[in-house]
Design a protein around this ligand. Sequence first.
Ligand SMILES: [Zn+2]
Length: 286
Amino acid sequence: MKPLTHTQTQELLQLAADGLLQPGQRAQLDAHLAGCHECAAYASELDSLQALITSSLNERWGQPSLPDDAGRRLQEQALRTRPGAGLGKLWFLLLALPLAALLAWQLLAPAPLIPAAPTETQPASPSATVAPPTVTSSPVASATASVPFVPTLFTVPAQTTNCREGNSSQFDIVDTLYADERYEPLGRGRDELWLQFRGPVSGVRCWAYVGNLSVLLNDEVVQLADVPESVLPYLAYPATPTIPPTPEPTSTPVPQCSDGLDNDGDGYIDMQDRECSDPTDNNEAN
Ligand SMILES: [Zn+2]
């Protein structure tokens, strides 16, 4: 087995960190490490670097927020770009890694994976010799926040429609919705029969019967029941006004000669009674 050079050994160590080592290479690597203090130290630095990165990132962002191999990739990237091969320069990486980690986080993190609650004041891991990446603002959320879709809802009266104080014709008319105009409803009754508006003229809230109205959600005609509650809330109807008792129409008395009764007790009813001249005759007796 051909002995490895130090450089080859360190390359294999990086492969090992990625899990890409071939079976034969592991034996070669171990053989070299067993006899080379310098490469063994390198391997040890590699391990602790990875542990540091992983712990620092996890502590900052929470375990699920970063792919498992992110730390290793960072480390690998750092090692490949480091100047020179001298092991004494590893300390430089320790300073550069927090920045690399922060940069990589912004590049690697998918947009929806916003850290649950990154606490800015979280203390560094005791084992960390450098501060975890400091963040001055929420990294991804503010940058990619998209404008929320705002649904539009209008109603268009097919005919000029009364807008009343409540959900029946017993309520007073307080405003009018004109045919073919667009009105934005404020709410609806539970029975989906009446819509509340702000009266276009009076400014007073009033109710219009839905039968006269086309409902347009995002410019498409829909059934009122299909409009989500988040778009149009349900509102309580006002109490039905106490209407003055309509005076019982003083019942025009049915004439005796058409009331179906034997009013004078002579055995004859209505027009059978000879005393009845016609059905409007109110005296069966004479
Ligand atoms: Zn070596």
